[in-house]
Design a protein. Structure first.
Length: 127
């Protein structure tokens, strides 16, 4: 095997994790697709942000539905009609909001955690 920049086994020698942008660029190169320009990259980021928002909304709705379903099922089974329905409604809502926050934080759209992650991925950028 040849040792050099990549070292033995083709593993990168630096401790920096490759970003998704690096992966996308390498994948496009291998597929023979043209590199994205700045405007196309911005459009792709907006599209990714839109779908992340849709995913977050779906997660909240599904978690609420599951919570209400479990609460209604328990109330019907035990004969305690509003008790578990209300309790699991709030638990489902809390779980949905937590999942939505995690989703939006992962793509850098919620709170300061996403901004810190973006700074680590793009060294030298002021954002």
């Amino acid at each position: 095997m040849v040792e050099g920049e990549l070292g033995v086994g083709m593993a990168p020698q630096n401790d920096r994790r490759p970003s998704f942008e690096d992966f996308d660029a390498r994948l496009r190169r291998l597929r023979g697709e043209p590199e994205l320009g700045a405007g196309e990259r911005d459009e792709e980021d907006r599209r990714r942000g839109l779908w992340s928002g849709v995913q977050a909304g779906i997660e909240v709705v599904v978690a609420l539905a599951v919570g209400v379903g479990i609460g209604w099922g328990l109330d019907t089974w035990l004969g305690t009609m509003p008790l578990f329905l209300v309790a699991f409604f709030f638990l489902g809502g809390a779980a949905g909001v937590l999942n939505a926050y995690r989703t939006l934080n992962r793509v850098g759209m919620a709170g300061s955690g996403g901004e810190e992650e973006r700074r680590r991925e793009r060294p030298g950028s002021g954002l």
